[in-house]
Design a protein around this ligand. Structure first.
Ligand code: GLC
Length: 747
């Protein structure tokens, strides 16, 4: 550290020490948070406007870019104190090198924070978030997030741009892969679990990182599922469906928020003071900092919301954005805006305070290099315990969608033909947004999984994921003819989900369906294993193959996990958290839609004049909450403690669940409630509770849920979050497509 820096810090800390001591002599104990605020006051008092603006600037290194418009001069800005944070710089050695510039070569030596997209693992990769969500195992998701944080922190990172908590009901949208699916209740619980996993109990713990709730807000409702497209919705829908997971992240003390690219009701999220000030700061009392998405300030010009970049910067800063990711707008234009009083210095000080507070909480002022420890890397990255969790997470994420004639689990004595473009894959298996995940040798393919189990099998790729080459069909057909069962591992490429990857056709790409048709002609039973980042249109496959195993992109140990399920070493327990449509024409389709005035099941309704299609039924191919097991479960009639719920009372709902099959298994027992009518129309059903249980064959257990009047609240016709008296129906089942069995009255 240069002498000048040492002088400044000494002066700063002694001034603080004196003030704290003073405070103590007045017998008032100064809380650590107050001490941090006092330290921040002292630093801000020393900062020039340029140095303050520098703290609001985030640039990508050029080692790993995640968007357009790359400004390669970040190290120059760093030396000039014009940057407060860097992303896409990883490795203890590299981050130490950059941190030394900030701490030892700038006037005040304020440490940097290093961010990165650690979405579903850092080096050990877990299933994509929507895959993990299908486990309905909150503790597991917290554990994988904590492992991801530990590996990322071991390589010098302080901050992950996760969890993505966007609710999405549109499989055309590629980023549906990154979230928890279509349901707000489940998505909120998963948001909480992931924030707690990333941040742990103490941000100063060097095995934890800052989390970032993104993309605020309603990014998942992009029109026509087209990425970055317009979002327009009622405030009821915004507050009822899309905002609660963000509030759940706040309740879990999430450190940062990221604004979304999209506009919301005509105002881009990055310049939206209703979202950023009225709700986030005033209503939710958020005290972290808000970063934009990648150049999303700049994009307010093409949005047609800002006249030019300087105006965009003023709109963003004044709406409540604290840090500019990659846009260079705050760096290049804020000083002029301050001089013209279009941004008040007090607003800039607020942003700097929010950023410095988290640098203090991370412990970076005490030791800027605490996360840069090469020795830690070797002991933590890809630790065998982490790989075991990767296999466990992949196993639990797998959803069995079909199993005709119990073709699964496979009999070890049967000869298998292993076919498909993803059967021997180690590249796509870890999915999109896979951070530093290895795509060339470390990930375990299904073929390796079979080899590890010494299974008798033959292999042929058959076709590519995309393209029209049938040259390898015959080799696949040949081994299918001489085998007892065919396992086809197919799906999407990892590039077909995630950002900028919307699809208008949800079928298996390329010639994969044609290959299935050819293999079907051989008469050998077919097990289809899928790698995909969205619900697909599986109508043809469902009519053609004997079993369908939804593996999503299962991560580093995916090949072992898929093999474990296929051979019954693990009994699949996953349940869908997103609806699979019969075809793309049904989209958007989700389990909790409105009933309409002409529902199909309306008594006495004319069969023609009801809300339906003339070419496909309304129901989805596979519904939310659905997933099969190698065993079967029977549900008894729910027993309610009362059929009347008072305002401060509660009703318990007890249901006996029995494993009526021949093997032990896990079941996600789900509680759904229907509000028959309200001051605004209500969904046909809503998930209000779930419990994942394990039952030995023949065993039974009683699962209990408690319903209170809090569970009945919604945003009414006055936009108040309130409940309303009336009659409610409920059921308890292993999927959302069961019938109501019980009812109660809320008085
Ligand atoms: C991308 C994504 C965002 C990511 C950021 C940094 O454009 O929208 O989710 O965190 O840029 O890579």
């Amino acid at each position: 550290m240069k002498n000048s820096n040492i002088y400044i810090f000494t002066a700063l800390l002694s001034a603080l020490f004196f003030s704290c001591n003073n405070a103590n002599t007045k017998t008032s104990v100064v809380k650590s948070d107050d001490i941090i605020e006092q330290k921040i006051d002292s630093i801000i008092a020393l900062m020039t406007v340029d140095e303050k603006i520098g703290q609001t600037v985030l640039y990508s290194s050029i080692e790993d870019i995640t968007g357009p418009v790359l400004d390669k001069n970040y190290t120059t800005y760093l030396k000039n104190g014009q940057m407060g944070a860097i992303f896409n710089a990883t490795g203890s050695a590299f981050t130490r090198k950059l941190q030394k510039i900030a701490v030892e070569e700038t006037r005040l030596g304020i440490p940097l924070i290093f961010g990165y997209d650690v979405i579903h693992g850092y080096k050990t990769i877990f299933p994509i978030p929507m895959g993990e969500a299908s486990s309905w195992d909150l503790e597991l998701m917290k554990k994988t997030a904590s492992i991801a944080a530990k590996e990322a922190a071991a390589e010098g990172l302080h901050w992950t741009f996760a969890p993505m908590v966007d609710i999405s009901r549109d499989p055309r949208w590629g980023r549906i892969a990154e979230g928890a699916g279509e349901d707000t209740y489940l998505g909120s619980l998963i948001a909480k679990a992931r924030v707690e996993g990333f941040q742990g109990k103490n941000l100063a713990d060097k095995h934890t990182v800052l989390a970032c709730a993104k993309h605020y807000a309603a990014y998942g409702a992009a029109q026509a599922g087209r990425d970055y497209h317009t979002v327009d919705m009622s405030l009821n829908t915004l507050k009822e469906v899309y905002l609660p997971p963000f509030k759940a992240a706040i309740d879990a003390d999430v450190a940062t928020f990221m604004t979304a690219f999209n506009e919301l009701n005509g105002v881009p999220a990055t310049g939206n003071s209703f979202l950023l000030k009225d709700i986030l700061r005033d209503e939710w009392k958020f005290n972290g900092f808000v970063v934009t998405d990648y150049t999303s300030i700049n994009e307010m010009v093409p949005h047609g919301f800002a006249e030019d970049l300087k105006h965009a910067g003023e709109l963003a800063m004044n709406a409540g954005v604290d840090m500019d990711m990659q846009g260079g707008v705050y760096k290049n234009h804020m000083k002029a805006s301050i001089e013209e009083n279009k941004i008040k210095i007090s607003r800039l000080d607020e942003a700097v305070r929010d950023i410095l507070r988290l640098k203090f909480k991370l412990g970076l002022f005490e030791d800027p290099y605490k996360y840069c420890n090469e020795a830690d890397e070797a002991n933590i990255i890809l630790h065998k315990d982490h790989l075991e969790v990767s296999r466990e997470a992949a196993r639990k994420s797998i959803v069995l969608l079909k199993n005709e004639n119990n073709v699964l689990p496979l009999d070890a004595s049967k000869k298998v033909a292993l076919i498909g473009p993803l059967a021997d894959d180690q590249f796509h298996i870890i999915g999109n947004w896979a951070a530093k995940g290895d795509r060339d040798g470390i990930a375990v393919s299904v073929k390796e999984g079979f080899e590890a189990q010494n299974k008798a099998f033959s292999y042929a790729k058959g076709c590519d994921i995309e393209g029209g080459d049938t040259a390898n069909f015959n080799e696949a057909i040949k081994i299918a003819k001489t085998s007892d069962v065919v396992v086809m591992v197919m799906g999407e490429s990892e590039r077909m989900s995630g950002e900028a990857a919307s699809r208008t056709d949800l079928k298996l790409p390329g010639l994969q369906q044609q290959l299935i048709a050819e293999i079907k002609k051989t008469g050998t039973p077919i097990v289809l294993v899928l790698y995909n980042g969205r619900p697909l249109n599986l109508t043809y496959e469902n009519q053609t193959v004997d079993a369908i195993v939804e593996a999503w992109f299962p991560g580093t140990d995916g090949g072992h996990a898929v093999t474990d399920v296929l051979y019954g070493d693990y009994n699949p327990s996953g349940k869908l958290t997103v609806t699979f449509p019969r075809n793309v024409g049904q989209v958007p389709i989700h389990y909790n839609m409105k009933r309409t005035g002409r529902p199909e099941d309306l008594e006495g309704a004319h069969s023609r004049y009801v809300s339906k299609y003339i070419d496909v039924e309304n129901s989805p191919l596979f519904p939310f909450g659905y997933g099969l097991s190698y065993t079967t479960f029977e549900y008894g009639e729910p027993q309610l403690s009362s059929n009347t719920l008072s305002n401060n009372g509660s009703i318990t709902v007890k249901t006996t669940v029995t494993n009526t099959g021949n093997v032990a298994g896990e079941e996600v027992v789900q509680l759904y409630i229907k509000d028959r009518f309200g001051s605004v129309t209500r969904p046909v059903k809503e998930l209000k509770g779930f419990k994942k249980i394990t039952l030995e064959k023949g065993a039974s257990t009683t699962v209990e849920f408690t319903i209170t009047s809090e569970d009945l609240k919604f945003y009414n016709n006055k936009l108040e979050f309130a409940n309303e008296t009336g009659d409610y129906d409920l059921f308890v089942a292993g999927s959302s497509d069961a019938n109501f069995t019980s009812s109660f009255t809320y008085k």
